[in-house]
Ligand binder design. Structure first.
Ligand code: E4P
Length: 214
């Protein structure tokens, strides 16, 4: 299972990359806005740190505009994956990107049929937003299971990238289901490493070590 970090914060990326937890990065306009920096500068800095796929989102809504952005983004670095919203115009852009050899991550997916269309269009990744579905009392992880089943039925090559991850249980379930990727905020990656028995056990070992003659 691949772990991507869902952030545009360079410090968070460096910290988790040092732990071997960053197979890739996903950004979105909201995450980039939090940095207060120019999108291009942030993106290039991320690509200097991470050699795996780095998702960069378009901010237009027609095929031609999205393709213009996609071409510009893809030119920046080889590992940039263009993030395209799941709209009819977006699907056209995904198809054109596939034909042009530009990798895509289809974002804002909230149903299995949307995911089916993204795979048909030739997306490299589909990003179902599990946390935002949970927020409206719909089981986000159930959707992941459905998409994996459908993709498996037809041997689609599109990778299921679990997005809008809010807590460790999302990651645990994603791994059990065999999702290809989970993109996690820094806080969730840190939570995954924590266990109270680890902390208690370490405190005891360090305390007992003081009793060992040096
Ligand atoms: C996915 O690529 C998005 O950047 C992200 O996972 C959205 O998460 P949120 O619902 O916590 O904003």
């Amino acid at each position: 299972m691949k772990f991507f970090i869902d952030t545009a914060d360079i410090k968070e990326i460096r910290e988790t990359a040092a732990m071997g937890l960053v197979d890739g990065v996903t950004t979105n306009p909201s995450l980039v806005a939090k940095t207060g920096r120019k999108f291009r500068d942030v993106l290039l800095e991320i690509c200097d740190i991470v050699k795996g796929p780095v998702s960069a989102e378009v901010v237009t809504t027609t095929h031609d505009e999205m393709m213009k952005e996609a071409r510009e983004l893809a030119k920046l670095r080889d590992n940039i994956v263009v993030k395209i919203p799941l709209l009819p115009e977006g699907l056209k852009a995904v198809r054109s990107c596939a034909d042009a050899g530009i990798k895509t991550n289809v974002t804002l997916c909230f149903s299995a049929t949307q995911a089916l269309l993204a795979a048909k269009a030739g997306a490299n990744y589909i990003s179902p937003f599990v946390g935002r579905l949970d927020d409206i009392s719909t089981d986000g992880m159930q959707l992941i299971g459905e998409i994996l089943e459908i993709y498996d039925n037809y041997d689609f090559k599109t990778e299921v990238l679990v997005a809008s991850v809010r807590h460790p249980i999302h990651v645990h379930q994603a791994a059990r289901m065999g999702a290809h990727v989970a993109t996690c905020p820094f806080s969730v990656l840190m939570q995954l490493a924590k266990h109270p028995l680890t902390d208690i056990g370490l405190a005891k070992f360090l305390d007992d070590w003081k009793k060992v003659p040096q």
